[in-house]
Design a protein around this ligand. Structure first.
Ligand code: UD1
Ligand code: UDP
Length: 380
């Protein structure tokens, strides 16, 4: 089986690392090959190359260099670039991850050429079509032949939109997709790379290198709905200002840095900005912090993986299980709600694996090879 994988943004490197590693392992490499396409959506070293180096992701065969600019232009340029590659490579399947513009372009390019699309992290919904991520997910899901879902909720979301597992009647197609519950590759990644990150020499580790003392809150913030809107961004900063008891460490996404400058908004003094960190440092910070505050999809889940209470700077989340379990509170951009959530959120008594057992990668490859999610390889 020949796979073309399309990635472009930071969270996709983390997700793709899991499958790229498995595909190149002894258990699969005789049967599966992968051609890795980087759209170029993220390009700074600490938003892109650093992840490939640290996580041992193979160098992309192609980098389309499409980063920045408006969504339409970016997606259109990616679409044209990916189409040319797919015509040349003729893959059996195109693998896309998550909900970015790179996901949308990869799915659309493949579907128009009648190449089956496998969507990893299918079925997530925030029920807010104003979010670019929600638009991208919906289109990618409805064009996919394989919908690889991390949670039961995702399967229910798809069924509400008329997408049900069509395999019982025929080989899956985009009209009758195969829908499988496989777990979450981000959980696989956190387990695998945490073991590697935690044995780094002390001098390489983030706390030591950056002089970070415990206790601290870990803050990330980059979503368009929070950063582009001056009022929301100021509201969030005011909420953080009212929570001055807790020092905060803030790896600042380049989008947020740009918009804080543009809006003339300054950080409260107890919020320490740092450059975006690599995945190993991020795992270390998530493990060491007391609480997480974020609007990131991936970081909400990672807070849960590390048993850390989380305050989410959004009105809605697609990761509803984290909220239902009591570990995650939605606070939006309202200063009072943020300050209140930060003082009340705490570790809960119960923790159970909500995102699979750390074998989502193997399950995905089993689905692609055999149509069933029973694991076929013996792992790596
Ligand atoms: C994108 C995804 C978002 C995801 C996020 C992960 C879409 C619509 N959004 O948002 O879902 O949560 O990635 O981080 O696909 N920039 C740089 N250097 C970089 C990358 C970005 O300077 O390496 C700056 C540029 O000014 C760029 C801006 O950040 O215009 C926004 O980048 P973009 O990829 O459009 O969106 P993200 O906010 O990163
Ligand atoms: N991440 C990282 N360094 C950072 C911030 C985030 O390695 O400075 C990782 C984080 O651990 C997670 C992924 O990037 O694995 C999430 O990406 P992001 O928050 O950019 O996007 P989202 O998940 O919101 O789409």
């Amino acid at each position: 089986m020949h796979i073309v994988t399309v990635v472009g943004a930071r969270p996709q490197f983390v997700k793709a690392a899991v499958l790229s590693r498995l595909i190149r392992s002894a258990a699969y490499r005789e049967r599966i090959s992968e051609f890795l396409v980087h759209t170029g959506q993220h390009w700074d070293d600490n938003m892109s190359n650093l992840f490939f180096r640290e996580m041992g992701i193979p160098e992309p065969e192609v980098n389309l260099g499409v980063g920045g600019g408006s969504h339409g232009r970016m997606t259109g340029d990616m679409l044209a670039g990916i189409e040319a590659i797919l015509i040349e490579r003729k893959p059996d399947v195109v693998l896309v991850y998550g909900d970015t513009n790179s996901t949308l372009a990869g799915a659309l390019a493949a579907a128009k050429l009648h190449i089956p699309v496998a969507h990893v992290e299918a079925g997530l919904r925030s029920r807010d079509k104003g979010m670019p991520e929600e638009q991208n997910r919906i289109v990618a899901d409805h064009l996919s032949t394989w919908l690889l879902c991390p949670t039961e909720t995702a399967i229910e979301n798809l069924s509400r939109e008329g997408l049900v597992d069509g395999q019982a009647t025929a080989a899956p197609t985009s009209d009758h997709p195969g829908i499988k519950l496989v777990g979450d590759v981000m959980y696989d990644a956190s387990l695998h790379y945490r073991a590697i990150a935690s044995v780094r020499p002390a001098a390489e580790r983030a706390l030591k290198r950056l002089g970070i003392d415990k206790p601290f809150c870990l803050l990330t913030l980059h979503r368009a709905e929070n950063t582009d809107d001056r009022e929301r961004l100021s509201g969030i900063m005011e909420g953080l200002r009212r929570s001055a008891g807790i020092p905060m460490i803030f790896p600042v996404h380049p989008r947020t840095r740009k918009l804080l400058d543009l809006h003339g908004i300054t950080l409260p003094p107890h919020v320490r900005p740092i450059e975006p960190v690599g995945y190993f440092d991020m795992l270390e910070l998530e493990e060491a912090c007391d609480t997480v505050i974020t609007d990131s999809g991936g970081v909400q889940k990672e807070a849960y993986f590390f048993h850390k209470p989380c305050v989410t700077l959004r009105e809605r989340t697609e990761w509803v299980e984290t909220v239902e379990s009591g570990w995650n509170r939605l606070a939006g951009a309202d200063p009072g709600a943020i300050a209140a959530a930060l003082t009340t959120v705490s570790a809960m008594d119960g923790w159970r694996p909500l995102y699979g057992m750390g074998d989502a990668g193997e399950r995905i490859l089993a689905v692609l090879e055999t149509g069933s999610d029973a694991k076929s390889g013996n792992g790596a």
